[in-house]
Write a protein that binds this ligand. Structure first.
Ligand SMILES: Nc1nc2c(ncn2[C@@H]2O[C@H](COP(=O)(O)OP(=O)(O)O)[C@@H](O)[C@H]2O)c(=O)[nH]1
Ligand SMILES: [Mg+2]
Length: 303
């Protein structure tokens, strides 16, 4: 029987990459804390079976959730607790970016490791610090999850599973799931950007401004060297540089939810203006020289 389980695990593990998401959804349907039926027909307590199957399916061994946070005392505690309560165990690093409220104390009390930046660097700078922390502490996958709770923790495993076929996996709205809607010029700019970047990445991307992104060891290496620290550079520009450096990109459809508390760091009019600017930023990014190091040949990751 043990042999048969092992064979099943090996067969699942060696499935082509494009079947990994469907395997992921099969796993997600298992009722948590109750008995689940194994492919051999044997019912096991989910804890053990779930861990065995999920560990064999993961395209990484240790994943870190990086949460950039700026004055998020109202929502960061709950978001951290939601992530830590997931059946998959992830460590959570909150990068507190010079907040003037209780973000740091609330995140620590909720169980996160908190990295304190001495002054506000913006999301890009905070994420760079997070990538360096991940590398130094031997994580081979990271995922950005916003402190405001917009990125639903239940979708984390789904976005990470995208790393089975790419170096960077984007949790995408507008990809047949969820009810997130944007209209008018903002929508047109997003569609245009998505089309241009899809062409560069040779894959269909619908949400290139999503911050809900995961990276594997190769993606982390590339981000440490090139993640843009400019305002909103963490969205469009970061993807363009990664693609031009040889990283593979994929997207996974996710549901997002409204901010769970506190106030957004920029209002809708400003963000529309920034999207317009992103179109120009994309043009500039396209003129950048690809990095000398090709991350598709990185020795740190198996091919
Ligand atoms: N580290 C850091 N995080 C920020 C900054 N501005 C926003 N954030 C975080 O980035 C995430 C998304 O910000 P939010 O204001 O909700 O932007 P929106 O979702 O694009 O409207 C949240 O977790 C914020 O706390 C900043 O200057 N530094
Ligand atoms: Mg938000």
């Amino acid at each position: 029987m043990v042999l048969s389980w092992t064979k099943t695990l090996i067969r699942w593990h060696s499935c082509p990459a494009d079947t990994q998401l469907s395997r992921q959804s099969i796993r997600r349907e298992a009722p948590h804390g109750l008995g689940a039926r194994s492919p051999t027909g044997l019912t096991l307590r989910t804890g053990l079976w779930y861990r065995l199957v999920t560990m064999s399916m993961r395209p990484y061994t240790r994943a870190l959730v990086i949460m950039p946070a700026w004055n998020e005392a109202e929502s960061v505690g709950n978001t951290v607790r939601e992530v830590l309560a997931l059946q998959d165990s992830y460590d959570v690093l909150v990068v507190n970016d010079g907040s003037t409220d209780q973000t740091s104390a609330v995140a620590t009390a909720a169980g996160a490791v908190v990295l304190e930046l001495p002054f506000n660097l913006g999301v890009g700078g905070a994420m760079r610090a997070g990538f360096k922390y991940a590398k130094r502490n031997n994580y081979d996958a990271v995922i950005q999850v916003d402190a405001d709770g917009q990125h639903h923790p239940k979708e984390i495993s789904r976005v990470l599973a995208g790393l089975g076929e790419a170096d960077i996996s984007i949790g995408a709205r507008f990809a047949d799931r969820g009810s997130y809607k944007v209209s008018g010029p903002r929508r047109w700019a997003m569609v245009l950007l998505a089309k241009v970047i899809s062409g560069l990445a040779h894959t269909r991307l619908t949400d290139v401004t999503s911050g809900f992104k995961a990276a594997n060891a190769r993606g982390i290496d590339q981000f440490i060297d090139h993640y843009p620290a400019e305002y909103l550079g963490d969205t469009i520009d970061s993807l363009v540089v990664a693609i031009r450096s040889g990283c593979r990109i994929t997207q996974v459809p996710v549901e997002m939810r409204p901010r769970q508390g506190g106030t957004p760091s920029h209002n809708p009019i400003k963000s529309a203006i920034y999207l317009g600017r992103s179109v120009f930023a994309l043009l500039f990014a396209l003129t950048r020289r690809p990095s000398a190091q090709r991350y598709d040949q990185s020795p740190t990751v198996k091919a």
